[in-house]
Design a protein. Structure first.
Length: 315
């Protein structure tokens, strides 16, 4: 199975894996509870020695605030109101509780033991937060995919440029970013072949901007359709009969904009609006990325117009 953008989908958990997951969750909750209890006892004793009137308030306030602020951060993400600095509050409280537990020990071994126990509770909270945040990002499509570490090591300058474009233009799909980078490199090669070494100064400003945005298609690719409605095809001269029959692959590569749009309508007839994206259309129709983006805009415009007409008739 694959997702709408062509990536392989994560297979569902088997029965044995679900049982294992449940057992791990129960054991993790128990380990986290032990860490919380150990931190509570150590910090309470230290608070009593430091003159606190109610020493139990010190560990309860700090250790309880860690999952509270973590849950608040996840709820802000869920409601599409992310607040970046809230993410650092649990980390700061983690450092405070570890420092207080280390200060409660009298020897090096005791300091190490007291500092390690609260980390069990903190690590459990961070793992749960990561799973939930990743799930939200996968559902909403706003979670940016990571670039492989091997690519960073093998081609750091180009990988940094790719990551920069993904961040600046909110490209969350790594495969889509690679496709746009491939188009950009091909378009750059075409411009250099057309204008020579001084292609930057000879290229029109609009084309340079489109090249920077990754929207400029190579000259060798077919032109994208210009409007949602099939354009009228110009009259062409009757070609001379040829002895050789064109292959199927060549005929498919010469599809007109009207044929591309008609095929896209047929393929995406049963798709939901959220499933219509450039990568899914490119994979289904085997067309260029530039054509797939134009087809995506055309299909979404047609659906929006149809929905508006339906609402007007219903009113």
């Amino acid at each position: 199975m694959t997702t709408t953008d062509g990536r392989p989908d994560v297979p569902p958990l088997s029965k044995g894996e679900r049982v294992l997951l449940g057992a791990v969750a129960v054991l993790a909750a128990g380990v986290g509870g032990l860490g919380l209890a150990s931190s509570f006892e150590a910090v309470s004793d230290a608070g009593a020695r430091w003159g606190f009137a109610s020493p139990w308030m010190l560990p309860v306030g700090i250790d309880t605030a860690i999952p509270v602020f973590t849950a608040a951060f996840l709820l802000l993400i869920r409601t599409d109101m992310p607040l970046g600095w809230v993410r650092f509050v649990p980390w700061g409280l983690t450092g405070v509780t570890c420092w207080l537990n280390v200060a409660a020990g009298h020897s090096l071994s005791a300091k190490l033991a007291h500092g390690t126990m609260p980390l069990l509770w903190v690590v459990l909270s961070e793992v749960a937060a990561h799973v939930y945040a990743s799930r939200i990002g996968a559902v909403t499509g706003r979670r940016m995919e990571k670039i492989r570490r091997s690519r960073w090591l093998l081609a750091f300058p180009s990988t940094f440029a790719l990551w920069r474009r993904m961040t600046l233009w909110e490209i969350t799909s790594y495969s889509e970013a690679l496709g746009r980078e491939r188009e950009r490199q091909l378009a750059r090669a075409d411009l250099r072949e057309r204008h020579g070494r001084r292609w930057r100064s000879k290229t029109p400003r609009r084309e340079r901007v489109l090249l920077k945005l990754g929207e400029l298609s190579p000259a060798s690719e077919e032109p994208p359709p210009a409007a949602p409605q099939p354009p009228e095809l110009p009259k062409a001269e009757t070609p001379k009969p040829s002895r050789k029959r064109p292959s199927k692959a060549k005929a498919k590569a010469q599809r007109t904009p009207a044929e591309l749009l008609a095929e896209a309508r047929e393929v995406t007839a049963d798709w939901a609006d959220d499933a219509i994206n450039a990568e899914a259309i490119r994979t289904a129709l085997r067309c260029s990325a530039a054509n797939s983006r134009v087809l995506r805009d055309a299909l979404l415009t047609e659906r929006a117009e149809a929905a508006g007409v339906a609402e007007g008739v219903a009113a």
